[in-house]
Design a protein around this ligand. Structure first.
Ligand code: SF4
Length: 379
């Protein structure tokens, strides 16, 4: 198999602990107990030492709630990562408002963390309640003050819209309150109903409903409000002030290489994709035995990578250059893709810009369906 060119490398580290479960969340997480935290830290150190990635350009600690770890544990984890992967140029750590403390932020700053991302979701008590989220708007404001004082190079807020009970007025107010904090980056996600979540159960029981027309209005309203405030959209759900786009996410959307550590973390590395077990015991046992367990292992062919580079690249406002991607992965574009792009353009969902194609606003709202159509051309 030809090894495709891999332009940039990223490291993802999954910290699988949360103080409580949010109703919409399907990420792997456990209740934090001291013994489990120690086991996790010791195993991550072993996993990093067993398969060190070499120098990476970016690192991202997600979860779970990495910011739940005490300051000493954050330092221990960060030092282990830097020993194995060097000092990343961009290093993001996710925080939850209820667990932000000055000593933790100081530990992260001392490690060289450049970017923090706080999962706010909403500033409205009733909306937070509908999400089963256990922080208060007051905690968000207190956490933000500490984050500002710590002086990170880039600060992101995550928000969610189309939450049951949230109309356009409430969402506009959430955005207004987020903008008042002047973050460098904003991620705004439309609520999704993932299987095995409390929110999905409510949907199946008819207790909540999906309103696609409201979702479309909220998408459009978000894009207008953020653009007017000086935030450039660079992906369907992501907006940044100049110079603050998240490089780590761009590496994954542009089909670079990333390696994941910790339970449930996914990797795309050296022409192969896999996922670590979403189970602390299984993950620990594999690493302790010197043979990390890898699930859903897939050897990646050049057409696989070309297909995914098109699907994910089309979510970016910059669009993609199909011919350049075909050359990068040394494989031809499939028959029918030019016709598909012409049809999408005729429907007003896509536009050409020199050698590039990109989705229009309407197209970005239907990016999932466009992705499926692209995939079908590769079958
Ligand atoms: S949304 Fe974040 S804090 Fe809530 S359960 Fe999921 S990972 Fe934990």
């Amino acid at each position: 198999m030809d090894r495709p060119v891999q332009p940039a490398t990223a490291l993802y580290l999954h910290v699988p602990f949360c103080a409580s479960s949010c109703d919409f969340c399907s990420f792997y997480q456990e209740q934090p107990k001291r013994g489990e935290l120690d086991r996790f830290l010791a195993t991550i150190e072993q996993e990093l030492a067993l398969q060190p990635p070499g120098r990476v350009e970016t690192a991202f600690w997600g979860g779970g709630t990495p910011g739940l770890l005490p300051a000493d544990d954050l330092s221990r984890l960060g030092e282990a990562m830097v020993r194995a992967a060097g000092q990343p140029r961009e290093w993001t750590v996710e925080l939850a408002p209820s667990s932000v403390r000055a000593d933790k932020l100081a530990a992260l700053k001392a490690l060289g963390v450049t970017r923090v991302s706080m999962g706010v979701q909403s500033f409205d008590d009733a909306t937070l309640d509908a999400l089963g989220r256990r922080h208060s708007p007051k905690q968000v404001m207190e956490a933000w003050e500490l984050i500002e004082a710590a002086g990170f190079a880039s600060r992101n807020l995550d928000l969610i819209f189309a939450i049951p009970g949230q109309d356009e007025r409430r969402w506009t107010e959430d955005l207004r309150r987020a903008l008042a904090l002047k973050p460098d980056h904003l991620s705004t996600y439309c609520l999704t109903f993932e299987e095995d979540t409390a929110m999905f159960v409510k949907l199946s029981q008819g207790k909540v409903k999906i309103d696609r027309e409201l979702e479309a209005r909220l998408y459009r309203g978000t894009w207008e409000q953020l653009e007017a405030a000086g935030y450039a959209q660079y992906e369907t759900s992501n907006f940044a002030r100049p110079g603050h786009a998240c490089r780590h996410n761009l590496i994954t959307w542009e089909m670079g290489s990333w390696i994941g550590y910790g339970p449930s973390a996914s990797s795309q590395w050296e022409g192969r994709r896999w996922t670590n077990p979403a189970n602390l015991d299984q993950w620990t046992q594999g690493v302790a035995a010197g043979r990390p367990v890898r699930e859903q292992v897939k050897e990646l062919s050049a057409p696989d990578l070309l297909c995914d580079a098109l699907v994910f690249g089309l979510r970016l406002n910059a669009g993609v250059d199909p011919a350049a991607l075909a050359a990068r992965f040394a494989t031809p574009l499939p028959a029918g893709i030019t016709r598909l792009f012409a049809d999408l353009a005729a429907e007003g969902l896509m536009e050409a810009d020199g050698p590039k194609v990109r989705l229009t606003g309407e197209g970005r709202m239907r990016a999932d369906a466009v992705g499926v159509a692209v995939l079908e051309r590769f079958d």
